[in-house]
Design a protein around this ligand. Structure first.
Ligand code: SF4
Length: 168
């Protein structure tokens, strides 16, 4: 049976990891790690004007066990960094991190002994969003870049003979 006739019958073929990546990237549930002013713009991303639901990410979870992507929005002090890392460790894999704004990305204007100069010092950051604060549109752009990154990832690990899915 040719491809055209299969499609007419309602069949399509794909790779398993392409299917998993498609599901994951279109339902990224955020862990809103709002720590200071950037968190206001994070909240604005969910309003009807910006409508983060278009990307399947309207379900903000306040439990790390139900979250896929941690959005660190705000200034991170060394005292708080331990808590942020602990919450990240409690998230199920696969998991991703967005550093939102100048403070989360680099410490911003706070060249201070008490402020972490970028959350990538203690978290594996996937996407950095620039701005002080970034507009909600910038965050949505970062989310779209993360979706593109997930599209290229290998969800299925193994040589094909013995598949292991990274599901917890
Ligand atoms: S980047 Fe600017 S808006 Fe965001 S937390 Fe830092 S000072 Fe506040």
């Amino acid at each position: 049976m040719g491809l055209e006739s299969l499609l007419k019958e309602g069949f399509f073929t794909s790779r398993v990891d392409a299917l998993l990546n498609w599901c994951q990237r279109n339902s990224l549930w955020p862990m809103p790690m709002g720590l200071s002013c950037c968190a206001i713009e994070l909240m604005s991303a969910g309003d009807p004007r910006h409508d983060i639901a278009r990307f399947g990410s309207e379900v903000m979870r306040f439990s790390p066990r139900q979250s896929d992507v941690m959005i660190v929005a705000g200034t991170v002090t060394y005292k708080m960094a331990k808590v942020v890392r602990k919450i990240y460790d409690q998230m199920s894999e696969p998991r991703w991190v967005i550093a939102m704004g100048a403070c989360a990305s680099s410490g911003g204007m706070f060249r201070s002994y008490s402020v972490v100069q970028g959350v990538d010092l203690f978290l594996p950051v996937d996407i950095f969003v620039s701005g002080c604060p970034p507009r909600p549109d910038n965050l949505l752009h970062g989310l779209m870049e993360l979706q593109k990154k997930i599209e290229r990832e290998h969800s299925v690990i193994g040589d094909g003979s013995k598949l292991s899915l990274p599901l917890n």
